[in-house]
Design a protein around this ligand. Structure first.
Ligand SMILES: Nc1ncnc2c1ncn2[C@@H]1O[C@H](COP(=O)(O)OP(=O)(O)OP(=O)(O)O)[C@@H](O)[C@H]1O
Ligand SMILES: [Mg+2]
Length: 366
């Protein structure tokens, strides 16, 4: 285990380039009452070892279908799913022997559910022992492992309680301990915090982050809350109508002009105070975030800069974010200061009339 005690936080997760979950051309078509519903439409997903990967999208986008296809709870209509080097789609549906192999592969994939799915007639400890029973572990081994896992999720003192005696957050901790019983490399989470209040959500997200760092666990989590992505994810994908329309690390998304995910993660707003102004969204990350670029700009060109809005945060130990600034004068008057900002390695997006002016200036130069 990583020598990092529970109460400290390493700055970064140890993400490697090794793919742990890969889907190619994943398609799922449900047939019900003669109707066909395409829930997944050619999804290529690449989750690297050690990362927390968030999939976000509106209701019906196909998020749950995706996660259920990743562990083959749902059989994909076409495409492949590879987890930890094993092609699960090849294991599926080849007679009873293959079924056993798939069950074995699946025991190394932990799954956490929105509604916890605990057995109410069993104690906390017995709930965590359940997957170990299925794996055929001895009573002694089961109990040792279950207590170790309960300790890991901060519930060592509730081993003999029943689910009905626990809060929602505690129930989800039991759900997480149970998901870890088979020593999975991968944890899948479908809306694990959607049934919890904001503070409990934060504590569960921190637990997932902590487990990710301490155990090197790769986490694929599904959510419809942007805050969840912002709090814990190294990478994210946006789903719409069964397709992944954007994906990448938070840094890559921020560096993608027009990225919907980046604007949702770092929303900035604010309108120009008059027509004689140029409004620009500036994206900061890495080095540029810590240099006093805005004050340099102001001094170099002797202009007053107003900040209309800003969203900054620390992601993976690095300051990143976006700021909406306003310069006096129209776009044509600000070509040189804009060039200065670009030279500083900042990514700029012109907003409103300036965007049109810049586009037609480029058109004219052709
Ligand atoms: N078992 C099923 N049979 C038929 N259609 C289904 C089935 N499961 C999901 N669907 C349909 O597939 C589409 C995607 O559903 P899915 O549950 O994957 O969405 P989701 O992104 O998880 O939504 P939510 O945020 O509401 O959980 C929807 O149109 C849904 O109605
Ligand atoms: Mg769902």
């Amino acid at each position: 285990m990583h020598p990092c005690p529970a109460h400290t936080h390493a700055l970064h997760s140890t993400v490697t380039e090794t793919p742990v979950i890969t889907t190619t051309g994943l398609t799922k078509v449900y047939r019900s009452r003669g109707r066909e519903i395409t829930a997944l439409d050619g999804v290529d997903l690449h989750v690297r070892e050690g990362e927390v990967y968030g999939v976000i999208g509106q209701s019906g986008a196909g998020k749950s279908s995706l996660i259920r296809c990743v562990n083959l709870l749902e059989r994909p209509t076409s495409g492949t799913v590879t987890v930890a080097g094993q092609d699960l789609t090849a294991l599926a549906g080849r007679g009873p022997r293959a079924g056993k192999e798939l069950r074995k592969a699946r025991s190394h994939i932990g799954m956490v559910f929105q509604h916890f799915n605990l057995l109410s007639s069993r104690t906390v400890q017995d709930n965590v022992e359940l997957p170990l029973e299925i794996l055929g572990k001895s009573g002694k081994e089961r109990s040792r492992k279950a207590l170790e896992l309960l300790d890991l999720v901060g519930l060592a003192d509730r081993a003999n309680a029943y689910p009905a005696q626990l809060s929602g957050g505690q129930k989800q901790r039991v759900g997480i301990a149970r998901a870890l019983a088979g020593d999975p490399k991968v944890l899948l989470s479908d809306e694990a915090t959607s049934a919890l209040d904001p503070e409990t959500t934060r504590s569960i997200l921190h637990l997932l982050r902590d487990l990710n760092r301490r155990l090197g666990l790769t986490v694929l989590l599904i959510t419809h809350e942007m805050d969840v992505v912002k709090t814990v994810c190294d990478s994210a994908a946006l789903m719409e109508n069964g397709r992944v329309v954007e994906s990448g690390t938070v840094g890559e998304l921020l560096a993608t002009p027009g990225s919907e995910l980046a604007s949702a993660l770092f929303p900035v707003s604010g309108d120009a105070s008059s027509e004689e102004r140029t409004v620009i969204d500036v994206t900061f990350q890495g080095d540029a975030a810590t240099r006093p670029v805005i004050s340099q700009l102001s001094r170099t060109y002797n202009i007053d800069i107003s900040i209309l809005g800003a969203a900054m945060d620390t992601v993976g130990g690095l300051q990143v974010g976006r700021m909406r600034i306003e310069l006096p004068g129209r776009y044509e008057d600000n070509v040189v200061p804009i060039g200065f900002l670009r030279e500083q390695g900042l990514q700029l997006e012109l907003v409103g009339p300036a965007a049109q002016a810049s586009a037609s200036a480029k058109e004219g130069a052709k």
